[in-house]
Design a binder for this molecule. Structure first.
Ligand SMILES: Cc1cc2nc3c(=O)[nH]c(=O)nc-3n(C[C@H](O)[C@H](O)[C@H](O)COP(=O)(O)O)c2cc1C
Length: 363
C-alpha cells in the first residue's frame, strides 16, 4: 500500500516521533529498515544537550516518563553527517527544530540542503511556536509542521496561529506533564532532572490525544500526524478514525523494540483486509460523522450470549448497582428495573458476550 504525506512517498503510515531512537543517523536508518514511513530527528537546538543521569523510566502499561532534553548532537553534526547519511540510506527525514535555532535560521536552510524532507517546530511554550513559524518560514522551502502540545491552555488557538504563520500541518501531540514518579524505597523522585519531574508518553496518554485529534480535525483540513499513545494496531485505527493522516509512535518502539513498527503495519493491513476497506483513506475521520450525536437514551434490555461466556465475572464485579449476577451454571440475570444502562459491563467483557446499541443493550 502506498502512503504519502505532503506529497512525499512513505513506505508505511508510521512516523517515528522525535525521541531517543532518532538520536542520529544509525538510529534513523534502523527505524527506516524496520518499516517507518518517516523519522523525526531528536530535536535540534544550537547547543548540544547534556542529560541528567536517569532521564527515562517505565511507568507501567506501555507508558514512560522522561526528562530527556533535546539532541546531544549540535546542528553542524546533523547537517554534515546525520541527515546526509540517513538520506543516503533512503530515510524520509523530518528535522525537529528547537526554539534556539531561530537565532540562526540559515541553519534550517542548510538542513534542507542536507536532505531534510520536512521541518517540525516544537516548543513547550505556546507563545513561542507561532513566532518560530514566522521566523523560519522564509528559510523553509519544505513543508513546515507545528508540533502541538496538549498542555497548551488553548491548543486550537495556537494551531490556528501556526497555520496563519505558514505551517502546512500539525503533529499532535507532544508528551504530557509535568508528572512525577517516586521510588518508595528511597523516597526520591525516579528521574534525575531538575525537581525530579518528567513528561508522560505512551498508552496512558492515548485518550487525551485522541480527543485533541478530533478537535483539530473538526477545525482544520490540513495534514495531521497523530502522535501520543499508539501502542497497538487498534490504537492506529482509532487515530485514523479520529482523522489522523499519518500515525506517530515514539514510546511503543522504545519499550517494545523497533519490530513493533512491522507488527503495527501488519495489524492494520489485516484489519483493512478483514473489513474489506480499500485503505486507511476509507476509514479516515469516520468517527467525525457520528459527532455531534444526540445523547443516547432509551429502554434497556439485557443481551447475553451464554455460549461465548467464560464465567470470568468481570461484568458482575464492575456493576456499581449490584444488579447483575452469574450463577455456577453460567446463567446471567439482570434486574433491568435497577440497571442504569451505564455500559461498563459491555466494555469489560473479554468475549463480547454483552453487546450495546447506544442505550439499548441487546444480543
Ligand atoms: C524519551 C523521550 C524523549 C523525547 N524527546 C523529544 C524531543 O526531543 N523532541 C520532541 O519534540 N519530542 C520528544 N518526545 C516526545 C515524543 O516525540 C512524542 O511526542 C510523545 O512521546 C508522545 O508519543 P508516544 O506516546 O507515541 O510516545 C520524547 C519522548 C520520549 C519518550
Amino acid at each position: 500500500m502506498g502512503y504519502r504525506l505532503f506529497g512525499i512517498e512513505m513506505q508505511s503510515p508510521f512516523i517515528i516521533g522525535s525521541g531517543p531512537l532518532s538520536y542520529g543517523a544509525p538510529g534513523l536508518i534502523r527505524l527506516h529498515q524496520a518499516g517507518a514511513g518517516a523519522v523525526v530527528t531528536k530535536t535540534i537546538n544550537l547547543e548540544a544537550a547534556e542529560n541528567a543521569v536517569n532521564h527515562m523510566a517505565s511507568c507501567g502499561m506501555n507508558t514512560l516518563i522522561n526528562c530527556e532534553k533535546w539532541s546531544d548532537y549540535g546542528p553542524e553534526r546533523w547537517i554534515a553527517n546525520e541527515i546526509p547519511q540517513a538520506k543516503a540510506a533512503g530515510v524520509v527525514v523530518i528535522a525537529s527544530i528547537g526554539v534556539s535555532l531561530c537565532a540562526w535560521p540559515e541553519l534550517v536552510t542548510r538542513m534542507i540542503e542536507a536532505g531534510a524532507d520536512m521541518i517540525e517546530l516544537v516548543s513547550y511554550d505556546e507563545t513561542e511556536l507561532k513566532t518560530m513559524a514566522e521566523t523560519l518560514r522564509p528559510y523553509c522551502t519544505v513543508p513546515m509542521i507545528a508540533k502541538l502540545s496538549a498542555n497548551y491552555r488553548d491548543m486550537l488557538e495556537v494551531a490556528g496561529a501556526c497555520r496563519k504563520a505558514g505551517c502546512a500541518g500539525f503533529t499532535a501531540c507532544d508528551s504530557i506533564g509535568p508528572v512525577m514518579k517516586i521510588d518508595i524505597e528511597t523516597g526520591r523522585p525516579v528521574l534525575g532532572g531538575k525537581e525530579g519531574k518528567g513528561w508522560l508518553s505512551g498508552a496512558m496518554i492515548k485518550p487525551i490525544i485522541l480527543q485533541k485529534i478530533v478537535e483539530l480535525r473538526q477545525k482544520f483540513d490540513c495534514p495531521i500526524i497523530g502522535l501520543g499513545g499508539i501502542t497497538t494496531w487498534q490504537d492506529a485505527i482509532e487515530f485514523t478514525m479520529a482523522g489522523a493522516d499519518a500515525l506517530g509512535i515514539c514510546t511503543a518502539p522504545i519499550l517494545m523494540g523497533v519490530e513493533t513498527i512491522g507488527k503495527l503495519n501488519r495489524g492494520i493491513e489485516r484489519y483493512l483486509d478483514d473489513h474489506g476497506y480499500g485503505g486507511l483513506d476509507t476509514i479516515r475521520g469516520m468517527a467525525l460523522s457520528h459527532l455531534p450525536e444526540q445523547e443516547a437514551t432509551g429502554s434497556f434490555h439485557m443481551g447475553f450470549q451464554k455460549e461465548s461466556c467464560i464465567g470470568c465475572g468481570r461484568c458482575v464485579t464492575v456493576c456499581a448497582y449490584g444488579v447483575r449476577t452469574l450463577d455456577e451454571d453460567g446463567n446471567m440475570a439482570v434486574d433491568e428495573a435497577a440497571c442504569r444502562s451505564c455500559g461498563l459491563c459491555v466494555s469489560v467483557c473479554p468475549k463480547n458476550c454483552i453487546t450495546v446499541n447506544r442505550g439499548l443493550v441487546s444480543c
